[in-house]
Design a protein around this ligand. Structure first.
Ligand code: ADP
Ligand code: MG
Length: 196
């Protein structure tokens, strides 16, 4: 079960992991972007951490607040994408104060759909979608979430970027892991850790 407290814990954990990987995210984005992804995500998750001491009546209310915060604080391309994922997941959680594995999966599927709609992107374009979509595809409670996510992140390394800033690098976009794929794996790992 994912409780409100568990969701908060996941977001705090995400914040500390983003902080620990800030330079890596920035280095990846320096190679195939403009070098701000670590800075953007760190600013956004610091702002999320700051709203976690408030009281929330439901998982939906918390998810919406997280999304709005990310949308206004992350910036770049990733801000509206992460923001819409949590905002659109919110109605799936609705008034629930705890969610079982199936509900968490459905909420994250809504999040994936929101990222794809906002980014006008599909799997195979070397973006965060290449983590979110295949991670949820056929996801089962008995999966090893960490190794599935690590595998998907590594798979982006050889891909050709055809969306976002990395696409300007053409063939040179190959050979670098997508920064948004890495940050997505950090966020998803943190959430999945609290679903038990
Ligand atoms: P910006 O590219 O504006 O500098 P960030 O560096 O914060 O924004 O985020 C870059 C990440 O956003 C990429 O690594 C990629 O995963 C993701 N991204 C960019 N554009 C799209 C898109 N259209 N659809 C999905 N993800 C995208
Ligand atoms: Mg960038």
């Amino acid at each position: 079960m994912l409780t409100i407290e568990g969701f908060k814990q996941a977001l705090r954990h995400a914040q500390s992991e983003i902080e620990a990987n800030k330079d890596t995210l920035t280095d990846l984005d320096r190679a195939i972007g403009d070098g701000d992804h670590g800075i953007n995500m760190s600013r956004g998750f610091d702002a999320v951490a700051a709203i976690l001491d408030d009281e929330y009546a439901s998982l939906g209310e918390l998810s919406k607040k997280v999304g709005m915060t990310l949308m206004s604080k992350v910036g770049g391309a990733a801000g509206p994408l992460y923001g819409s994922a949590f905002v659109k997941a919110a109605p799936k959680f609705g008034d629930a104060t705890e969610a079982d594995f199936a509900l968490v999966k459905e909420a994250l599927e809504e999040g994936t759909a929101a990222i794809k709609a906002r980014g006008k992107s599909t799997a195979g374009q070397k973006t965060m979608v290449d983590v979110w979509e295949p991670f949820l595809d056929g996801l089962s409670e008995s999966d090893d979430f960490t190794s599935k996510l690590d595998h998907l992140v590594n798979e982006t390394e050889g891909m050709l970027a055809t969306k976002g800033r990395a696409s300007y690098f053409g063939e040179n976009s190959r050979g670098t892991i997508d920064p948004g794929a890495l940050s997505s794996s950090i966020v998803l790992k943190a959430i999945m850790k609290e679903v038990d």
